[in-house]
Ligand binder design. Structure first.
Ligand code: GLN
Length: 453
């Protein structure tokens, strides 16, 4: 879409949604006749654009302007896209609601009383409001695939290392992925072909080339094997979600696809979220040790170096983030490593082995991305110890533990708000995942909810 119109639209929806941290006055475009020169793109505010505020949603980085572009930004600029905005996120990517940022809360443009999801909240919200063609996010636990469900858009996390993380402010490096939102599966495939690729500046980036497949997408499901993740479905309480899933299964079978129900060990799955928190918070506490007012970040006064660091971190981080740092650091202490951190690493391996087994006889594993539509901003929160929360609401972390490609597409609407279906494939099989996602997209024929702003 026209980038000036995009900026106008972003400004118009900002008072109601608070989705952006910076809206550019003029689009940033490196070339006018690139293959993607009609695309307006917004970027989560933890991804570096040279010279532009890049706050990662945290007060301690409220004035940070990187002196370089992230590799993914450079790759997109080289294709001619126009960058138009930096979007709001849960502080340092920590959260799933869009309610935890120094910048204030993000509202869902489809119904302002509801969350947009997180942590890539602003990117998802502006996509739902049709203000840009694509928005970048990051996904450490589900931060692209969950807001995609709440906002009725496509949210993609490719294989770990597929898109360079150079220039992306980390959360937990072994789980962090650059992900992104598009309006349809085909655009998602086109964008991946451009963004994927080895980057010598990112030691975790992978050299395996990505075969171009966006021109091959077809609605043919014959011979495809689709596994339905039974444990996730079992712990969903909303019958309307299950009804949408069963409608989809019927359509898949009518179209000639094979459907089977797959169960993973439930005890192992119950440990999934605690394991995620031990690992993610542990890595975060180490990654962010340099946000201390001396190396990086807004400096607060103090009588000595320790006091400067203490004051800078106390003032610079929210209580929720400080709690995560403390919990993460606790597991890493030498005295606790064996009982907490190393144990979590072992459970991560067991979960990945279980996922491998689940994927052995199917092309993809599929489940509703969230139990229901978005949560109310001022509503009750989920019981953190329920199986619904531990399994159905958080199973997508398996995609981060394994690094396997995983994406969410819209499945339908509940009470005039969207809900998505998640599709996870084997490592490096983005092609297989997109083929099925495209076919499902045609079967679902999603009717988007009209935005209210
Ligand atoms: N909601 C998860 C968390 O709070 C995932 C966040 C993410 O993927 N960045 O950590």
């Amino acid at each position: 879409m026209d980038s000036k119109l995009s900026i106008k639209r972003l400004k118009a929806i900002q008072p109601a949604t608070n989705a952006c941290i910076t809206i550019f006055d003029e689009p940033m475009q490196a070339m006018k006749d690139g293959p993607l020169s009609t695309w307006s793109v917004a970027v989560k505010d933890n991804i570096s654009i040279k010279g532009e505020l890049t706050t990662a949603g945290t007060a301690i980085l409220a004035n940070y302007r990187p002196p370089f572009h992230a590799t993914v930004i450079q790759r997109l600029l080289d294709q001619g896209v126009s960058m138009v905005a930096k979007t709001a996120l849960d502080e340092l990517g920590m959260g799933g609601s869009g309610l935890n940022s120094f910048h204030g809360i993000v509202r869902n443009p489809l119904n302002l009383d509801y969350q947009a999801g997180g942590s890539s909240s602003g990117s998802a919200a502006i996509m739902a409001a049709k203000a840009v063609d694509m928005a970048l996010g990051t996904d450490t636990g589900d931060s692209v695939r969950k807001p995609a469900s709440f906002c009725g858009i496509v949210g993609i996390k490719p294989t770990y290392g597929r898109i360079s993380r150079y220039g992306v402010i980390p959360y937990a490096s072994s789980l962090d992925h650059v992900g992104y939102f598009t309006h349809n599966v085909k655009d998602g495939a086109i964008a991946l072909e451009v963004m994927a690729g080895y980057d010598p500046k990112d030691p975790t980036s992978i050299a395996q080339p990505l075969e171009a497949f966006s021109h091959l997408l077809s609605d043919d499901l014959k011979g495809k094997h689709i596994g339905i993740f039974k444990n996730v479905v079992d712990h969903i309480h909303d019958e309307r979600t299950k009804a949408l899933l069963h409608q989809l299964i019927e359509k898949i079978e009518t179209a000639g696809g094979n459907v089977s129900w797959i169960s993973l060990d439930e005890t192992l799955l119950k440990a999934m979220l605690p394991t995620y928190y031990v690992l993610a918070n542990g890595e975060a506490s180490s990654n962010h040790a340099n946000l201390n007012g001396l190396h990086f970040g807004v400096q607060q006064a103090g009588d000595d170096i320790t006091e400067i660091m203490e004051h800078s971190r106390t003032k610079g981080f929210s209580r929720a983030v400080r709690k995560r740092m403390v919990m993460g650091g606790y597991g890493l202490l030498q005295a606790h490593q064996e009982a907490i951190y190393f144990k979590a690493l072992k459970i991560r391996r067991l979960l990945v082995e279980a996922l491998d087994q689940a994927l052995e006889d199917v092309d993809v594993l599929v489940a509703p991305a969230t139990s229901s539509k978005a949560f109310l901003i001022n509503g009750e929160s989920n019981d953190p110890l329920s199986l619904n929360h531990l399994i159905s609401e958080n199973f997508m972390v398996l995609g981060n533990f394994s690094g396997y490609p995983s994406m969410t597409i819209p499945m339908g609407n509940i009470d005039d708000l969207p809900i998505g279906i998640n599709i996870t494939a084997k490592a490096f099989d983005e092609k297989g995942m997109f083929m099925i996602a495209y076919a499902l997209e045609q079967l679902i024929d999603y009717q988007a909810v009209q935005e209210v702003v």
